[in-house]
Write a protein that binds this ligand. Structure first.
Ligand code: HEC
Ligand code: HEC
Length: 202
């Protein structure tokens, strides 16, 4: 598998560790169920990226599951966070949205789903740390414009639609400036019931 996955390195970095270049998400160490869902989404057109779609277009569910499990087992250190982008007010707003949401606008806290430590939850909830700010903002934008979809009910689409452009910029700026706690592994179980139902979770 390591040899076959050489094809992923130019973009995702060695063994799925994101390269320093702006946009590529890291894949190493993410929950296997999450990685599998994404590979299926690229193959079946629920997520659009030319290179990713091309790479997985003819692969079976079984093979995609093997790829997901292999990358999920890769334990590699995270690089230090990117330089902070944005002023103190923007970062404070970002932190508040991530940790508390905005009840007045029915915007749930990101941490309520992505884990208190923001490193995700097994088996299919991704973490939000260690991602480039442009990637975070682009993914939320893709949900808003229906370029990215997950299994229904698509809770992340609902969250994205409740966010303003400034919310997105604030959350992306704060999240990408946080160091990843040691190992960055996803929590084993959610701490509390999720604020919305998510069809992508078992
Ligand atoms: C030409 C560059 C390129 C190559 C080669 C490539 N990827 Fe990707 N990959 C991307 C980009 C760009 C994205 C983000 C796409 C988006 O915006 O949705 C991505 C996203 C992903 C994601 C989703 C990550 C997440 O956090 O949601 C997975 C999983 C993934 N790639 C797996 C792979 C695997 C496995 C390989 C090798 C078989 C591979 N990629 C090869 C560019 C590449
Ligand atoms: C109700 C639960 C829920 C809440 C609240 C939530 N998310 Fe999500 N989010 C999800 C799920 C589920 C996914 C994975 C969807 C999939 O499988 O494609 C996701 C995926 C993401 C991704 C894509 C990660 C990647 O690697 O591509 C980003 C970015 C994201 N969420 C940001 C946020 C931010 C920022 C907030 C807070 C403003 C937030 N989420 C709140 C459920 C939630």
């Amino acid at each position: 598998m390591a040899r076959r996955m050489q094809a992923c390195i130019p973009c995702h970095g060695r063994e799925g560790r994101a390269t320093a270049e702006g946009y590529f998400p890291r894949i190493a160490g993410k929950p296997a169920g999450y990685l599998f869902n994404q590979l299926v989404h690229f193959r079946d057109g629920r997520r659009v990226n030319a290179a990713m779609g091309y790479l997985v277009q003819h692969l079976s569910d079984d093979y995609l599951r093997e790829i997901a499990e292999w990358f999920s087992r890769q334990e590699l250190p995270y690089p230090p966070p990117a330089a902070v982008r944005g002023d103190a007010a923007l970062l404070a707003r970002g932190e508040r949205l991530v940790r508390e949401g905005d009840p007045a606008r029915r915007l749930p806290a990101c941490a309520a789903c992505h884990g208190e430590a923001l490193t995700g939850v097994q088996p299919a909830m991704p973490g939000l740390l260690g991602l480039p700010p442009d990637y975070i903002a682009a993914q939320i934008g893709a949900w808003r414009s229906k370029q990215r979809r997950a299994a229904g009910p698509d809770c992340m689409a609902e969250v994205a639609l409740r966010m303003t452009g400034e919310d997105v910029a604030a959350a992306a700026a704060w999240l990408s400036a946080q160091p990843v706690p040691s190992g960055g592994r996803a929590a084993a179980v959610p701490a509390a019931p999720l604020p919305l139902r998510c069809g992508s979770l078992p």
